[in-house]
Design a protein around this ligand. Sequence first.
Ligand SMILES: *Cc1c(COP(=O)(O)O)cnc(C)c1O
Length: 416
Amino acid sequence: MTFRQSLDQIAPGVAEATELERERQESTLGMIASENHVSQAVLESQGSVLTNKYAEGYPGSRYYGGCQHVDTVEQLTIDYAKELFGADHVNVQPHSGTQANMAVYFAALEPGDKILSLSLSHGGHLSHGHSVNFSGQLYNVRQYEVDPETGYIDYDDLAAMANEFDPDMVVSGSSAYPREFDYARIGEVADKNDADHLADIAHVTGLIAAGVHSSPVEYANFVTGSTHKTIRAGRGGIIMCDEEHADEIDSAVFPGAQGGPLMHNIAGKAAGFSEALTDGFQVHAEQVVANAKTLADVFQRQGLSLVSGGTDKHLLLVDLRESHPDLTGKEAEELLSDVGIIVNKNTVPGETRSPMVTSGIRVGTPALTTRGFEADEMKTVGQLIVEVLDNPESDIVRDRVSTTVDELCEEFPIYE
Ligand SMILES: *Cc1c(COP(=O)(O)O)cnc(C)c1O
């Protein structure tokens, strides 16, 4: 009888890889801006019997029997989210941030309608209308960019583009733009053009929940987010809107874009949201931003160039072209990975290399802050990164940095 066997008995290769992944997370410095470490409570929720339950529909109105307890779970999740974000209506069922965006497009647009969004190479996201994504295939997309001089979004240009393009939806939000969006301004542009404003807060869900980043809730018709980046609620998505759009959004998620909700993930969201309602989470979120600013400071003192000259949030975008013209983003990612510092290569505004090579790296502070890193540790990490980039050929530097990374990881364990 296999039913009661453990994972290492049933699929030993998977159990082993999972254990190795746990060790990898403990023994490296995770600086991918979209990643984080969730709590025991979130892990517990996601590994629970809730995964067994079908619950198509919404609390109190399901297509299956036996939903009384998952109704409680989903309603509590919604209540926590409403309290966190001050939204009128919340849907916690999207399987991911992309699914959340899909549901908003399905609710608000017809195929062929026009979307104005930030270009991927200037910090946007695939699901904002890129040609390899359904959003670029179903809709007519025009994209705004950042000012090549300042690295900030040029809102006058955006407004002029909107006047000319006459979009049905204007999207704010990004994956690699280090500055806050002016949600009020984008809301105005959308209003003026009779368009909806979708604010995609995927990266900053936690910062907004904690009140350390401005909230688009009052300036956008729809707000979508992911639940696994700066908020530590496990992998998934969320949609917020006003009462007026509630039914459209709910039917666009189910049955429009998805089948049964992942109740175990919804429970994870509840756990993460409940944690985010504590004062401790606000202190954490402030530290996330403070750590990013400390890192920006170290980088700039050491001659690295940052897109927009710094950051307002949890991530930095390093443009290597001036300081390290011969080093690509891909090489920088590999060099850092070799010493246990995990970042991702990233295109920069005005990119001349391919997206698989790039001229930049994106560096984030959420996961390190979760481990307990503060200013002193961030200064050390910043120095280590600069040393590696400055000495790509040196085994001595590589060994020395690796040793310091090991020491930091041991001093700041995640789960042990
Ligand atoms: C991460 C992200 C998403 C969601 O991504 P998923 O991987 O589908 O959860 C959506 N929009 C933006 C801007 C993002 O950065």
